[in-house]
Design a protein around this ligand. Structure first.
Ligand code: SAH
Length: 215
């Protein structure tokens, strides 16, 4: 893996700017300072890797804006050892941030080409992340319950299976909205059948899509 001083320097500046924009969780910032985002970019686009912007990763999808990655990760309140389910592997960058923070990461992707690419790149970065090809609306019942669940695509509604797969005390972070703007939402499972919902402003994600067979 080629992580030059130039890339490390650009990454430091990016993390500084994210801190200025209001991210306070030191563990989030230090994980983002460690994981090389440029590895997820094709070589001709390396210059874009350390801008605070989303970027196309193929199949009509994007790697999320670094600030958005930081914001969602901060809301997850990640603790080392947490079992975390991510819906929407995409490039695999967000999964690496969670793994760098000591989480046991399970991630689901519904686009075959992106899934195949992530399966190849993740081990080269030294992370053990469990990758699944499938429909994130269903979660991963065989591996539930999870301490945290993170949805990285815009969901028209909150899928029931995801709520069911949370541990008590667990947190679901999900951008909710049927249009191209979503409200960042957290659901905390406070008791066997008790949930607390909070909203955290608007964001723009690519949509969480339905069953692949229905495309
Ligand atoms: N977390 C990613 C960015 C994700 S973009 C990263 O760090 O790069 C959103 C991803 O969600 C896309 O790759 C898209 O294909 C995927 N997606 C959309 N609907 C899905 C579904 N129902 N199940 C699983 N993945 C889905």
């Amino acid at each position: 893996m080629d992580d030059s001083y130039k890339h490390q320097g650009l990454r430091k500046l990016l993390i500084e700017s994210i801190r200025t924009k209001g991210i306070k969780d030191a563990n989030v910032l230090s994980a983002m300072e460690k994981v090389p985002r440029h590895i997820f970019f094709d070589s001709s686009f390396l210059n874009f890797a350390y801008e605070d912007k989303p970027f196309p990763i193929g199949a009509g999808q994007t790697i999320s804006q670094p600030y958005t990655v930081a914001f969602q990760t901060e809301l997850l309140q990640v603790r080392s050892g947490d079992r975390i389910l991510e819906i929407g592997t995409g490039s695999g960058y967000q999964a690496c941030i969670l793994a760098e923070m000591g989480a046991k990461v399970f991630t689901i992707e519904r686009q075959r080409s992106l899934f195949d690419k992530a399966v190849k790149v993740l081990p080269t970065l030294g992370y053990t992340i469990k990758t699944f090809y499938g429909d994130g609306y269903k979660g991963l019942p065989a591996f539930a319950p999870f301490d945290k669940i993170l949805v990285t695509a815009g969901a028209p509604f909150i899928p029931d299976p995801l709520i069911k797969q949370l541990k008590t005390g667990g947190i679901l972070v999900i951008p909710v909205g049927a249009s191209d703007i979503q409200i960042m939402t957290t659901i905390t499972k406070t008791g066997e059948n008790q949930y607390q919902k909070r909203e955290h402003g608007t964001f723009r994600f690519v949509p969480l899509l339905g069953n692949k067979a229905m495309d």
